[in-house]
Design a binder for this molecule. Structure first.
Ligand code: AMP
Length: 214
């Protein structure tokens, strides 16, 4: 089980998509699952949206249930790429228990490292395709045509939580709740740091090279 880890804006989603395509392992983004539920206006989706838009975390109970259900689906039999989960020690403990029940599967955390100034640039400039979910950045990785997806011509949108106030709150939640996971996985010898600077393709190369050697 690969866990793509790092602060909001480190490139977890972009890299998880690319590596998932390359290795043929499912990509599970808890943020995408919540956004999809919010779009469908389910009870869970609407409750989550209120928290997400402010930059607060959704409860461990809800998140663990979502991930437990998703990982029990047949396409995850041989592992998956987790993007945005676990984000708290409670979630990490839940994942440990879940993996204990699955034979010969361990978690490997890939920690995408990036400086805070870069993080803010990536979040503030992020645009996402409303149809296929492809991720762009108006400063660093712009689409060929403004606000239009290169892949399918659909309109790009800015996530409601990519505004200044929510970004500040998300970074706080990351520092408070998520950073402790670094020591937790390091102590289990299950953490690998990856330099998250540079072009998306170069970072994908770094990740794939590391995974080939593992
Ligand atoms: P992301 O797309 O990973 O940046 O997640 C967007 C938002 O969804 C986060 O700011 C949280 O509000 C919520 N979220 C996603 N994954 C989790 C999680 N594992 N635990 C708690 N909240 C989450």
């Amino acid at each position: 089980m690969l866990i793509f880890f790092g602060p909001p804006g480190a490139g977890k989603g972009t890299q998880a998509r690319a590596v998932s395509t390359e290795l043929g392992i499912p990509h599970i983004s808890t943020g995408d699952i919540l956004r999809e539920s919010a779009r469908k206006e389910t009870g869970l989706g609407l409750a989550a949206k209120a928290r997400m838009d402010k930059g607060d975390l959704v409860s461990d109970d809800v998140m663990c249930r979502i991930v437990g259900e998703r990982l029990s689906e047949p396409d995850c039999r041989n592992g998956a790429i987790l993007d945005g989960f676990p984000r708290t020690l409670g979630q990490a403990h839940f994942l440990d228990q879940l993996l204990e029940q699955r034979e010969s599967e361990r978690a490997l955390l890939l920690n995408l490292q990036l400086e805070q100034t870069q993080v803010i640039k990536r979040l503030a400039g992020r645009r996402v395709c409303s149809k296929c979910g492809e991720i762009y950045n108006v400063y660093l990785n712009p689409p060929r045509q403004d606000e239009i997806c290169d892949k399918d011509g659909s309109q790009l949108f800015q996530r409601p939580d990519d505004n200044e106030e929510a970004i500040r709150q998300r970074l706080l939640a990351y520092e408070r709740e998520t950073v402790p996971l670094i020591d937790y996985y390091r102590s289990k010898n299950a953490l690998h740091d990856i330099n998250g600077n540079g072009e998306p393709e170069a970072i994908t190369e770094r990740l794939l090279n590391f995974l080939k050697r593992t």
